[in-house]
Design a protein around this ligand. Structure first.
Ligand code: ADP
Length: 196
């Protein structure tokens, strides 16, 4: 299955994504993780990418698409992917659609994890203590939330138009959210997808 996981920063996508890939047996592609690795690898692009991450701004589409499409060439991703934090702009979504179309595939479902803003801020600040993520500070969190509303939230309409979106209430316990996600996925699986 080809799944897009949408939701604001701090909504708990990472946690749910890890459970979901185990359940479905498909790989996870988190562009946030991929880009943090680009920074660690100290390539020619590292400093540029680090500046965007530290400001809570989106890395330019062209660079993100280059990295993602390169990763998707690997046979590991032939049978499906759980995209987490990607696409984040309409341009990225259109280019992903074009890429999948070229392979005779398409997005099967979009999970939209919904959490109230005050709870998002609380979760990100608590995560910053546990994981020490550079971009989990007040100023960057505000900027990431603004970027989400301005650039990523429009994707909900983009995918809704095709009837692909499942709205998930993320204000519940992790187990309740996961059970809900599992049910929505099962409902949308074709018989051959369910067999894997
Ligand atoms: P979160 O959603 O919790 O902010 P992510 O790990 O998904 O965390 O992303 C961290 C940062 O990585 C973002 O603030 C952004 O700078 C960058 N990023 C991740 N994915 C993308 C993408 N698809 N397009 C552009 N920038 C991205």
């Amino acid at each position: 299955m080809w799944i897009v996981f949408l939701g604001p920063p701090g909504a708990g996508k990472g946690t749910q994504a890890n459970r979901l890939i185990e359940f479905l047996g498909i790989p996870h592609l988190s562009t946030g993780e991929v880009l943090r690795q680009v920074v660690r690898d100290q390539t020619a692009e590292s400093q540029l990418v680090a500046n965007f991450l530290d400001q809570g701004l989106l890395v330019p589409d062209e660079l993100v698409m280059k990295v993602v499409l390169e990763i998707l060439q690997s046979p590991k991703y032939e049978r499906g992917v759980l995209f987490d934090g990607f696409p984040r702009t309409i341009v990225q979504a259109e280019q992903l659609d074009a890429f999948l179309r070229g392979m005779g595939k398409r997005i099967d479902v979009v999970l939209n994890l919904e959490v109230e803003e005050s709870e998002l801020i609380r979760r990100m600040l608590s995560r910053s203590k546990k994981e020490g993520r550079h971009d989990d500070n007040h100023a960057t969190i505000r900027s990431r939330l603004r970027v989400f509303h301005d650039q990523t939230a429009p994707l909900i309409d983009y995918y809704d138009w095709n009837g692909l979106v499942e709205h998930i209430d993320g204000m519940r316990s992790s187990d309740e959210v996961f059970a809900d996600i599992q049910n929505r996925i099962i409902k949308r699986q074709t018989p051959s997808q369910a067999m894997h």
